[in-house]
Design a binder for this molecule. Sequence first.
Ligand code: ZN
Length: 194
Amino acid sequence: MIFEEQVPVDVWGTNTRKHRFALMWRGLSYTGKTHYEAILPISGAAKLERYCQKKNILFISKSHFAVRSTGYRREFFSKSKPFIGKLYICAYCGRLISADSLTVDHIYPVAAVTGSLRLQKKLAKKGYSSVNDVRNLVAACPRCNRKKGASTSAFWTLKAKIGRNYSLWMLRKALRLAILIGLIFYIYTLLPLH
Ligand SMILES: [Zn+2]
């Protein structure tokens, strides 16, 4: 027999009432008002997720894979080197930020991963151990973290993946400096002083 992982799922939403029997048929038990829960094999949970999407019902999977861990911040610091001393670089804006004041950001936000088995599968396929895998964590300044919120747009994801490379920020700074020096020299040659 092939063992299939069991995942706890939660389903809720104002229109669950309409789908009460369909949800119970799928193995969920009613826990109050508009909330249902169950522990299902992963394939059953995937089917349920598709059904919920079609019916516009909020689906949440609570597998260990998708839950914010208590130690992810510690995990980040144990695996990520600072840029210099105790300073890190915000992956989104390139600002230097101290270890004490930086926020550790989940590139794929926990809420998004919790609410989507598709995303969980995608990350599992890439070899992530969970949503708290160090590959899903980047340093962010509080401002960028607030701006990003729970967005899953490709724009933010790409920005994080590129922005975690310190060398690219250095290259950008060097290029800017080179352009500035070039400009100063150019202006200097235009001056009628020599
Ligand atoms: Zn920032």
